[in-house]
Design a protein around this ligand. Sequence first.
Ligand code: MCN
Ligand code: CUM
Length: 805
Amino acid sequence: MNDLTPDSKERSTNLKGLGCSRKRVEDVRFVQGKGNYVDDIKLPGMLHGDFVRSPYAHARVISINKEAALALPGVVAVLTAEDLAPLGLHWMPTLAGDKQMVLADGKVLFQGQEVAYVVANDRYIAADAVELVEVEYEELPVLTDPFEALNSDVVLREDLEGQTEGAHGPRKHHNHIFTWEQGEEEATNQVLDSAEVVVTESMYYHRTHPCPLETCGAVASMDAVTGKLTLYGTFQAPHAIRTVVSLISGIEEHNIRVISPDIGGGFGNKVGAYSGYVCSVVASIVTGKPVKWVEDRIENLMTTAFARDYWMTGKIAATKEGKITGLHCQVTADHGGFDACADPTKFPAGFMNICTGSYDIPTAYLAVDGVYTNKAPGGVSYRCSFRVTEAVYFIERMIEVLAIELDMDAAELRRINFIKKEQFPYQSALGWEYDSGDYHRAWDKAMEAVGYQGLRKEQAERVEAFKRGETRKLMGIGLTHFTEIVGAGPVKNCDILGLGMFDSCEIRIHPTGSAIARLGTISQGQGHATTFAQILASEIGLPADSITIEEGDTDTAPYGLGTYGSRSTPVAGAATAMAGRKIRAKAQMIAAYLLEVHDDDVEFDVDRFAVKGAPERFKTMKEIAFAAYNQAIPGLEPGLEAVSYYDPPNMTYPFGAYVCVMDIDVDTGVTEIRRFYALDDCGTRINPMIIEGQVHGGLTEALAVALGQEIAYDEQGNVKTGTLMDFFLPTAWEVPNYETDHTVTPSPHHPIGAKGVGESPHVGGVPCFSNAVHDAFRAFGLRHTNMPHDHWRIWRTANELGLHG
Ligand code: MCN
Ligand code: CUM
């Protein structure tokens, strides 16, 4: 393309393409209450389902008596495992190669587990009937601690008894799921043994839950005449759901139409397959009527995909000057009653092996043990990028602990260990090839923006004033430099249930020069209708406002693996650009024909093809679109359409530098975030305003997790945080002002150089908030304390450090 002349610049601006802070087109509907969510779907004769759930975390189901429930007027059916068994649907496969009970089959393994499914004429009758189902339980010993589970005689998964091989290799114990190892154990141990400095730290990344505004739900409608099943639902991966439904139900895939309508936040919570989906389908087949199931808030918090619950022990080796020479990471992962994670098949602990972070660490070893306990199954959730959140928390805490050991500045320690710009593409010790990065530039920009040296000086003065008794507030400077890995993924190493993780885009240009593009992904609030049109606008020279983006209907959209792991931009975004380029290639031939020159004698200029050297001779893309439908062009088929199925050659590796300045009242444990600076590098930026929105949202969720939010269990396996009274959900009141910034280091392999961004702020935000809390107490000897850092725990930390007099 030519450099932009003033004229072409203006035309380019009019397209609202790449780099434009175009307003979100979907909001016109949302802000006027015109969204169409699952619960808005009302079909004629529709019935409603609701679950009888277990009050116990571990119990044998002795008997289920449906009589009273069935006698209630308006109740149509009560399904139990016994009813599903003849269809083979009382268990279902999980996305992690395990299987999971759809309805309790002889026993329950977590509180809130689905035991029976009641179908009634309306939602209220269904709920009343749930109360009337009599279930007799015999309580069994409860295991909520994974370490205890690995030593216990209690067998949680009796269905797997005697099986020494799981989906991911050998099982060491009846409550053990898998061991996953990466890197060189022996070499790492040698480095640790001979290192000048070694620090060891154990940390627990607590169980979290994303708590989307809209809970999970589905509407199943089986047409007995045509044999076609339509399934609406809160699915982050509608095509994968269609394939799974087909495989487990035996209904041919062309007879299944899965539709994800508007989704009110997914955050990973809506990746997995839930009993509610299966039971609604079965109920619709059995009753011949559409059946709706929508969870309430308590059900959502207690039973759907959680995240984290990682017990991590790290050892880091370094020279006295602070050059890191080795890293050892051992994880015990609590997966709950069933392994229902949604990581790519070959990665049972997700991309935890990105735990060497932004640092050039020559030798490393990672081992993860997955364990069953009496907790809800999971879990992929919460802007996690497949366990990258855990990995980044781990390494960013380890760096801080090493800085304490070496009595070094933590910013400087990072700087001397960063992978250097000229080392990219960088091969990490744990197996990844980082595509691009310029960490020093980002870091220096961040340090300068916050006035880092000045902050340290102020902090030191504060410590002195505190010691003199002049203040009761300490100051923490939280630092984080994260490296993300998103865009799963190359089909060669990433699949879910055998489905390669490519993605797709199909474009049709209409005669009058507007277009529709359909993708295999599905927006849940990320603004795809806005941003994917922008990618296309720049590729095909039609205004973004003239391009409709459609996702989520498997009857119309091309097959794709859906939206999670910040993969939409890296994978479907690439497919969009590639499909756009196919359109452009055909448009070039049409233009050349119309201009009566050779194909090679025209060139693309923003919104048109012009004759080289004679820019006044051109055909606009609008004219070309019309010609595609009204001229017989020798050698060319009519119409202007293209499709691309894109298999990315590599992941993309976004990164960022975050700083949090926090004041902590030592006597109350109350934290006040004075400043939060977030620099993100997600390569080429499609829509800066949407990126900023993603960053604000992800940081707020990071604040929640770091400072108070958790899914906690008592020893009997009762969920202690099943309502929003106990589960901390930050509001505008708790949320600070965020300062956002960026650098741009394009991905060398992505057609437009873009990397994902949706999960970055969460991945980087959690350790940054946590490091700020720790840093405030560094001068008083604190090395590590587990999240969430709520006021009470911070008060307790201060107390244990002897700061209360
Ligand atoms: N974007 C951009 N320029 C880039 C990268 C991204 O303008 N270089 C834009 C994209 O075009 C898209 C948005 O930012 O509109 C997010 O893109 P991407 O990083 O590709 O992530 P996905 O679209 O795949 O979204 C998934 C990601 C995940 S995994 C979680 S979890 C999460 C998140 O998005 N869930 C969300 N952000 C969310 N935001 C909302 N509102 N709701 C959720 O459920
Ligand atoms: Cu890991 S939460 Mo998102 O990948 O949908």
